[in-house]
Write a protein that binds this ligand. Structure first.
Ligand code: 3EB
Length: 332
């Protein structure tokens, strides 16, 4: 497996018999033109030069693709599945509970688990959740918290633990459109990694909502001869509390302290890990586009010339100004 970053024109150069799936980022991101499942991430790019950017997970083994449960998916001969789905919140009227975010979040995850069970690749590794108006309220509860209710309910209803072998994930806000979820899954469970500096998200106290979020701080997944390292969306949280209110640079540095702590933990647990901060690739979500230069400078100061994409997105706690996620592939 490799993770390739390409412009729209370079997309044609990828071998479609090997691409598992990917993402198209940018406000003008057209979810067209690819024969593989692609998550359209409608977020402004903040590096000033690109307006659309593609990420593609390219397998070493041939892939087959299909569509079931309303999910576009693709699976490789070495047992990795990538899928993407988008569910709109439309119903018969404002009181229609089947259109509520909680309901469609549960539906989305139930479909994902049904697909994975049917494919015999039951283990979720990594999930990208993009939620319209994430900090808005619905039925008196923040929509991110509604999402957590639906997601957690689906894990339990589909016989998944909400505390063991939970996937790495991120959950960010988008301006509008459907609930959009992409995921990677496989035949073997992930090795979940927690951050010693943070309370596990699935053990957050209920001041953050009636149901704790279902994700691990990071996850290691193993392919023949290769390890994939997924660092979840990571923010300026120590214990369970947000630090550095209003200070985006300090929040960025604290987020990187957390990424580093998770990486040390992964290397300790995996023993053969050997990941370092400088060989991860990064996606940075910045709440206020005007903060992008300061965030980017702080990232560069700490990380050097790493592959990094900076986008505008709302973060799931309204006091968080920035969130950092990363991926690593141990060289074959
Ligand atoms: C946090 O640490 C920040 O709900 O799937 C980060 C990664 C966050 C994943 C999720 C939320 C999620 O709580 C928010």
């Amino acid at each position: 497996m490799s993770l390739d970053f390409v412009s729209a024109t370079e997309l044609d150069a990828l071998d479609p018999t090997r691409v598992l799936g990917g993402a198209c980022l940018g406000v003008a991101a057209p979810a067209v033109g690819a024969s593989w499942p692609q998550q359209a991430v409608s977020m402004p790019l903040l590096d000033g030069t690109r307006s659309v950017w593609h990420e593609a997970w390219v397998s070493d083994a041939p892939v087959v693709s299909g569509e079931s449960e309303g999910i576009r998916w693709s699976r490789s001969a070495d047992g990795v599945l990538f899928g993407a789905l988008a569910l709109p919140e439309v119903g018969e009227g404002p009181a229609d509970s089947t259109a509520a975010l909680r309901h469609i979040s549960e539906l989305a995850y139930a479909r994902i688990f049904r697909l994975l069970d049917a494919q015999g690749l039951p283990h979720l590794w990594r999930v990208w959740n993009y939620i319209p108006d994430i900090n808005g309220a619905q039925a008196g509860l923040e929509r991110y918290r509604q999402f957590n209710l639906g997601r957690g309910d689906a894990f339990e209803r589909c016989a998944r633990s909400v505390t063991e072998q939970v996937p790495a994930a991120c959950a960010l806000g988008v301006g509008g459109g459907p609930l959009s979820i992409a995921f990677m899954a496989g035949a073997t469970p992930v090795v979940p990694i927690e951050n010693p500096r943070q309370v596990s998200a699935y053990r957050y106290p209920d001041v953050y909502g009636p149901r704790s979020p279902t994700f691990s701080r990071a996850a290691l997944a193993h392919l023949p001869g290769q390890a994939l390292f997924f660092v979840s969306g990571t923010a300026s949280i120590v214990g369970h509390e947000t630090l550095h209110l209003g200070d985006v640079v300090a929040q960025t540095m604290e987020s990187l302290n957390n990424v580093e702590a998770v990486l040390f933990e992964a290397n300790r647990i995996a023993r053969d890990g050997g990941f370092s901060l400088s060989d991860l690739v990064y996606r940075v979500y910045v709440r206020d586009a005007a903060d992008a230069p300061a965030v980017t400078a702080a990232m560069r100061e700490r990380l050097g010339a790493v592959e990094m994409l900076c986008v505008q997105a709302d973060v799931c706690r309204s006091d968080l100004l920035v969130e950092v996620e990363a991926h690593g592939l141990r060289p074959r």
